[in-house]
Design a protein. Structure first.
Length: 312
């Protein structure tokens, strides 16, 4: 029988599970078995972390249970934190497949972090989801989205490890930037997979061409978001609103900016009580950009955010 036969509930749109029914444990096991390593966390991330050890306090804050030796989790902090300076958190790779979130965080550490060493204490976790990075997927091995798990019960170990790291510092954060991408595969793979996993209809959407940010509905900080957009605009183009005045289904509140209820959704951007938070979104599939442009856009976003909060 064709995997795309019609059922009594809906048309099959994803090859795993029964349409209209949430995935069983067996379905999730089937999905996991189909994931393959497509790149090396060691070569592309850990080697770059090792090259920066002489400049930062690099701490292992956990490891993934699927293979603790292959997937250690690392964070960067100052060797000697400034006692009177604010703290800022930078996270990348919460969705492991979003490459520039990881490589942009590492590029910022290598190229720009020194410019702020006398004004701010930086805590940087460049690759929160290393298994997802290697298999190029949004989820973790249990088909859980880490970026919907920061208000959860600890079933997502990637999110739980970062929460423990943040709490272990015992400090208040002034700013948190969570570095992400929106890709064509969001529409072709990840949204259909999510709908199949949850037993609902897959609704078609659109992918914006360009950079945008996601602020917090409860604490939008419009001037902060605008500062990030202005900085990134020097590097790459900003996503326009669609015909409905929206980006990915959310109203555009100013150029290149939408808002989400970050804590309600369990987003990583809600992991601290920082006054200034934003999720960056780069579009690497645009014909107008290269991988290098995307990494530079993430660095520009961090710079723009830091310049704003430190210049008030």
């Amino acid at each position: 029988m064709s995997p795309y036969h019609r059922t009594d509930t809906m048309e099959r749109f994803y090859p795993i599970g029964i349409p209209g029914q949430p995935w069983t444990d067996a379905d999730k096991t089937n999905w996991f078995a189909q994931q393959t390593r497509k790149r090396s966390y060691r070569e592309q991330v850990l080697d770059k972390i090792d090259a920066l050890r002489d400049r930062f306090d690099v701490t292992q804050y956990g490891a993934l249970s699927i293979d603790a030796e292959r997937y250690p989790l690392f964070a960067f902090a100052p060797r000697q934190p400034l006692p009177d300076a604010p703290w800022a958190l930078i996270t990348g790779g919460v969705h492991g497949y979003e490459t520039s979130g990881v490589q942009g965080a590492l590029a910022f550490l290598a190229e720009a972090a020194a410019d702020y060493a006398d004004r701010v204490n930086l805590l940087v976790a460049p690759c929160v989801s290393p298994w997802g990075y290697e298999v190029i997927h949004r989820w973790n091995p249990k088909a859980i989205d880490p970026n919907r798990s920061f208000a959860g019960d600890g079933v997502c170990e990637e999110a739980a490890a970062l929460i423990r790291l943040v709490r272990s510092k015992g400090v208040s954060f002034l700013m948190h930037l969570d570095l992400h991408e929106t890709t064509d595969t969001d529409e072709t793979e990840f949204r259909p997979a999510k709908a199949a996993r949850d037993g609902v209809v897959s609704e078609p959407g659109s992918i914006p061409d360009g950079f945008y940010t996601v602020g917090d509905t409860e604490n939008p900080q419009s001037e902060f978001q605008a500062a990030i957009i202005a900085s990134v605009e020097q590097v790459t183009h900003i996503a326009p609103a669609d015909e409905n005045g929206q980006i990915i289904g959310a109203d555009v509140v100013q150029k290149g900016v939408i808002n989400y209820p970050v804590r309600e959704l369990g987003l990583c951007a809600g992991v601290t009580d920082a006054e200034f938070v934003s999720t960056t979104e780069v579009y690497p599939d645009s014909p107008k950009v290269t991988d290098s442009d995307c990494n530079r856009a993430q660095v520009a976003a961090v710079r723009g955010g830091l310049e704003f909060v430190l210049g008030r």
